[in-house]
Design a protein around this ligand. Sequence first.
Ligand code: ADP
Ligand code: MG
Length: 264
Amino acid sequence: MSTHHKTTLLSVQHLHKAFGGNQAVNDVSFNLQAGELLALIGPNGAGKSTTFNLVNGQLSPDSGSITLDGVSLLGRKPNELWRMGVSRTFQIAQTFGSLTVAENVQMALLSADGKSLAPWQRATHYRRADALQLLEQVQLDTQANRPCSALAYGDVKRLELAMALANEPRLLLMDEPTAGMAPDERHALMALTRSLVNQRGVAVLFTEHSMDVVFEHADRVLVMARGALFAQGTPAQVQADPQVQAVYFGSGKTFGASTTEAQA
Ligand code: ADP
Ligand code: MG
C-alpha cells in the first residue's frame, strides 16, 4: 500500500459553485495523495459540504475539474463513484436501523459487489466473515449481532465507516463525521481513521468545523472561509497562520478549546 504514497489520487482544480448569487465555492483547488489524511476545515457556511458534495457527485460544479487518478469525475453519480472506489460517510449517519450491525456491513458488501437483495431477503449469510473482519477493524465486532438501532451514536459512526470500507475504497470522503460527538469520541474516531489510512493506503478527505479535532491526526489541513480556500499546510503551519487565527479566533481565544460545540 505504501507503494501508492506520494501519488496524486484526487485533483480538484478551480472549482466554482454558486447557489443563486451566493458563491458557496469560489475557485477551490487542491490535491490529495494516496495514504494521506486531508482535513477541510472552516466555520459553518464556509463551503465545506458544498465542496464535499461536488467531489462525491451529489452536486455538479459551475466550472472547474475533479479527477481521480487522472480520470474526470464530473457528471458521475454517487453510485458510479462508489464503483470507482470512492466511499463516503455522512454528516447524519445513514444505516438500516432494523438490521443487525453485521447485516448493515453485509448490505454494503452486496452493493460493493454490484448485487442486491429482493425485499424479503436478508443479507445474514452474505460474506459474513468479511463483514466481521471489517467490524473488527472499527472495533465493533462484539456488537455484530445487535440491531443497529441499539447502538450508541459514536458506534453508529464507526459502523458507517466499516460500511464505507466495504468496497475497498481508494478515496474515502467524510463530511463532519464527528458532528454530535463528545470530544473524546471525536478524537477516537479520528485516531481510528488515521490508523485505517495507514493500514490501507486509502486517501481521506475529512471535513470538520472544529480545529482541535484535526490537528493531532491530519497530514495536511485546508482552511475555507466564505467559499474560498485561504490557507493550507501541515497542522503546525495552519495553526501558526495569523489569517487562520483571525477567522477562528477573532475574539482572542486560543487553540485547544473547542470553539464550535454550539454550532454542531
Ligand atoms: P459548510 O459545510 O462549510 O458549513 P456549506 O457548503 O454547507 O458550508 O454552505 C456554504 C454556503 O452555501 C452557505 O452560505 C450555505 O447557505 C449555502 N448553501 C449550501 N447548500 C445550499 C443549497 N443546497 N442551496 C442554497 N444554498 C446552499
Ligand atoms: Mg457542512
